[in-house]
Design a protein around this ligand. Structure first.
Ligand code: FES
Ligand SMILES: [Fe+2]
Length: 338
């Protein structure tokens, strides 16, 4: 088996991927590329998301240049009209009552679902579970979306980077990494099929806590970090402030566009901001700065693929999450071959 996984590896077709954000979809068809395949996406008047390959079966024009008519989509080239299931229901050049070719049918991904303000597709029958954001959907969380970021990169390496704990003081010296412990605490990884989670607690200086300023709590407080991973490229980091209360959740969905390009969909959920949109906007700006610190390195890797043969690299006990990532992706590649 190939020992690395690139963005367009065929095994990734048997998995869920973030295609776009819900608010990027309207009644005006739009094209999004996933693993070299363009998809046309629109929302029908009934509110359902429609997703098909962005290529008319007639003369292969991009359907995203067409227009929606009620629940159907009309191609901009010769006006063929396709219903909600992708079946051609009108060919203007043949006049009314014509017999339409049975092959005039749009192809689509195997499955679609919308959740957490995202549209996910599985090009072929998915082996992996639907991505969940365990912490995010609950209660009184405020949500802040980062702008969609497009970068040169490997989705596998960007997932690796999100799960990596040892780079904070070195890469994030201008944001949250300043003063972070260099040593990674002991932690264990709990795997469940194509998912895993890892939790650890550590002490940190909580300079944002008003309770520190008025002497109710000490500066050094406990923070519990839980990483949750769902193959291939869905990640969540839940940061709980054990002493001061409250949680920050970072959702990170990587959408591989082609072998050199990834779209990053990241959102924050916080319940520690007293509902302040202003503070959320600051948190989003801070997170953008953090990701840009990562991308300055990640976009420069010569080899845009993640090794699946675990003997290729050196792993230490500080790398348990990223080692598990490689094992799970390798398992997905094996399983996709049946
Ligand atoms: S290419 Fe779409 S109708 Fe002809
Ligand atoms: Fe980072």
């Amino acid at each position: 088996m190939p020992s690395t996984l690139r963005n367009t590896h065929s095994a990734l077709r048997c998995a869920w991927h973030a295609l776009c954000r819900s608010d990027e979809v309207s009644d005006k068809p739009r094209s999004f590329t996933l693993m070299n395949e363009p998809y046309v996406v629109w929302r029908s008047p009934s509110g359902d998301i429609r997703v098909f390959i962005d290529r008319c079966p007639h003369r292969r024009a991009p359907l995203s240049l067409g227009s929606c008519e009620g629940d159907s989509l009309r191609c901009s080239y010769h006006g063929w009209r396709f219903d909600a299931d992708g079946l051609c229901v009108e060919i203007p050049a043949l006049g009314p009552d014509a017999t339409l070719p049975s092959r005039a049918q749009l192809a689509g991904p195997h499955s679609i679902f919308e959740s957490h303000g995202m549209v996910f597709v599985a090009p072929e029958e998915p082996l992996t579970p639907r991505p969940q954001l365990a912490a995010a959907g609950q209660g009184d969380f405020l949500r802040g979306d980062l702008p969609v970021m497009v970068t040169r990169g490997s989705a596998g390496l960007l997932a690796d980077n999100f799960l990596d704990m040892a780079h904070f003081p070195f890469v994030h010296g201008n944001t949250f990494g300043a003063g972070e412990e260099v040593a990674v605490p002991h932690y264990t990884v709990t795997r469940d099929g194509y998912c895993f989670s890892a939790t650890y607690e550590h002490l940190f200086a909580n300079r944002e806590d008003p309770g520190v300023l008025d002497g109710r709590r000490p500066l050094l407080q406990t923070r519990r970090l839980t990483y949750r991973y769902t193959a291939p490229f869905h990640l969540e980091l839940d940061i709980e402030f054990v002493d001061a209360g409250g949680s920050n959740v970072i959702g990170f969905f990587l959408s591989p566009q082609d072998d050199e390009t990834v779209r990053i969909y990241s959102s924050l959920w916080r319940n520690d901001l007293d509902g302040s949109l202003e503070r959320m906007a600051e948190a989003v700006d801070f997170e953008i700065a953090v990701i840009n610190e990562d991308l300055a390195l990640q976009s420069r890797f010569a080899e845009l693929s993640i090794p699946l043969d675990v003997t290729t690299e050196i792993h230490t006990r500080a790398d348990r999450t990223t080692l598990e990532l490689r094992r799970i992706l390798a398992d997905l590649v094996s399983a996709s071959r049946g």
